[in-house]
Design a protein around this ligand. Structure first.
Ligand SMILES: NC(=O)c1ccc[n+]([C@@H]2O[C@H](COP(=O)([O-])OP(=O)(O)OC[C@H]3O[C@@H](n4cnc5c(N)ncnc54)[C@H](OP(=O)(O)O)[C@@H]3O)[C@@H](O)[C@H]2O)c1
Length: 286
């Protein structure tokens, strides 16, 4: 029986990237729809759960993507509500690649590196930065600071994270190189998850810190997020600091993404979100 993936995107045009990865994960056919909301998703779900019964249901699955993470999460909740009893299919949520990318960031940083008790600074409080913060705290970091150019925005984000996940993330301000330097004074790890093509951590700023042990950047578009870092760095040591660039992180992200999509078809009752996708990344890592 063919493996069918219903690709639901909250953006108007469904992501070509996510569909290409799904084909490379052995999906036979993808049905892709854009402009999906929590209010129009139910008929799509019915199309998947009422066409194949019993054991065959595991050959159908749903992927939810889109650049608006909050909207994609609402779609995910609406999908769950449309299921009943065993009449369901497996679902994966990876809006904007946030879950797979952040899981890859965390696992790369923790390659032969014990995060327990460390201070982590995350420059860029978008979905990738927020998910990464969750993983570092889960693994025992002493403090995780997440920054925005506006301290008020950073505070709002950390309050939302407290409400959603019960975690204590410290808000930080990254408006100037001086404010970043202050945050890095006694930090061990810095993650740059700012927008593509913007250097948010100049070389002079990280060089001024004597405590840094690991620097990782997810921006693959020049100029990179960190001055002096190479996009291919994969644990490269410079000045006693380990560097990870966006390609090394991206390669691991692709493994996590492929593995997660493939595993959707193992049973009809999985819900792959920020928690379960991180578990998949950990399994690959071991
Ligand atoms: N390597 C991979 O496999 C991979 C996969 C997916 C995504 N990515 C990359 O991951 C990064 C983060 O993605 P995301 O979706 O979490 O990010 P995002 O939401 O697009 O941006 C992160 C934060 O950067 C800040 N920002 C925006 N413009 C800025 C500027 N000009 N200067 C400094 N800061 C600015 C914004 O915060 P404030 O406005 O509050 O300061 C924003 O919240 C992106 O570079 C993306 O390309 C990499």
């Amino acid at each position: 029986m063919k493996k069918l993936l219903l690709h639901l995107d909250t953006d108007p045009i469904p992501s070509a990237f996510d569909q290409a990865v799904a084909y490379d994960s052995d999906v036979d056919n993808i049905m892709a729809y854009g402009g999906v909301t929590r209010d129009n998703v139910t008929p799509h779900v019915h199309g998947m759960i009422f066409t194949r019964g019993g054991k065959n249901l595991k050959n159908s699955a749903i992927f939810v993507g889109g650049s608006n993470v909050a909207a994609s999460e609402l779609v995910g909740s609406a999908i769950k509500k449309a299921f009943f009893g065993p009449v369901r299919v497996s679902v994966m949520l990876d809006p904007n690649g946030s879950n797979t990318t952040a899981a890859a960031v965390a696992r790369k940083v923790m390659t032969n590196y014990d995060i327990t008790g460390k201070k982590v600074v995350i420059i860029g409080a978008g979905p990738v930065g927020q998910r990464s913060a969750l993983y570092f705290l889960k693994e025992g970091a002493a403090e995780v600071i997440i920054t925005s150019r506006s301290l008020a925005r950073a505070k709002a984000i950390t309050e939302q994270m407290k409400e959603a996940y019960g975690v204590d993330v410290t808000p930080g301000e990254s408006r100037s190189d001086e404010s970043v330097a202050e945050l890095l004074k006694d930090a061990h790890v810095v993650i740059t998850s700012g927008p593509a093509g913007v250097c948010v951590l100049p070389e002079a700023t990280w060089r001024a810190s004597s405590s840094l042990e690991v620097i990782a950047d997810v921006n693959a578009v020049p100029p990179l997020g960190v001055g002096g870092l190479e996009v291919m760095d994969n644990g490269t040591e410079k000045e006693g600091i380990r560097f990870y660039g966006a390609i090394a992180i991206g390669n691991f992200k692709m493994k996590v993404h492929h593995n997660a999509v493939s595993s959707l078809f193992e049973s009809n009752d999985q819900f792959l979100d920020e928690t379960t996708i991180y578990d998949i990344a950990c399994k690959i890592d071991t």
